[in-house]
Design a protein around this ligand. Structure first.
Ligand code: SF4
Ligand code: SF4
Length: 92
């Protein structure tokens, strides 16, 4: 399998709960449009429009914080979801 094409759908045993709120936000003023967040996210949560990142959905977020980690401009704020977690997997 081409590792660069993998998404959350390639991982069995994963489930999400709803109602976790906007636990990740992006500051459009700070966003440089580098697309690091879009490229790193296995959940397909991000989109780039008019050179600005926006969150498409957090419904498939794995709460890995990779988007926050790769955002060199500090545009992304990451907090844990309401209730602690909205993502569960068979492996922990
Ligand atoms: S990683 Fe940060 S600066 Fe780059 S597109 Fe995403 S939000 Fe914008
Ligand atoms: S925390 Fe991980 S899965 Fe969630 S939006 Fe960021 S990179 Fe994607």
């Amino acid at each position: 399998m081409d590792q660069t094409k993998r998404t959350h759908k390639d991982f069995p045993g994963v489930e999400w709960t709803s109602g976790t709120g906007a636990f990740i936000t992006v500051d459009a003023e700070k966003c440089t449009g580098c697309a690091n967040c879009v490229n790193v996210c296995l959940g397909g949560c991000w989109a780039l429009e008019a050179k600005k990142a926006r969150i498409k959905t957090l419904g498939t977020c794995m709460e890995c914080a990779s988007c926050w980690y790769v955002c060199d401009s500090g545009a992304i704020s990451f907090n844990w979801p309401a209730g602690g977690t909205g993502y569960r997997s068979d492996w922990g």
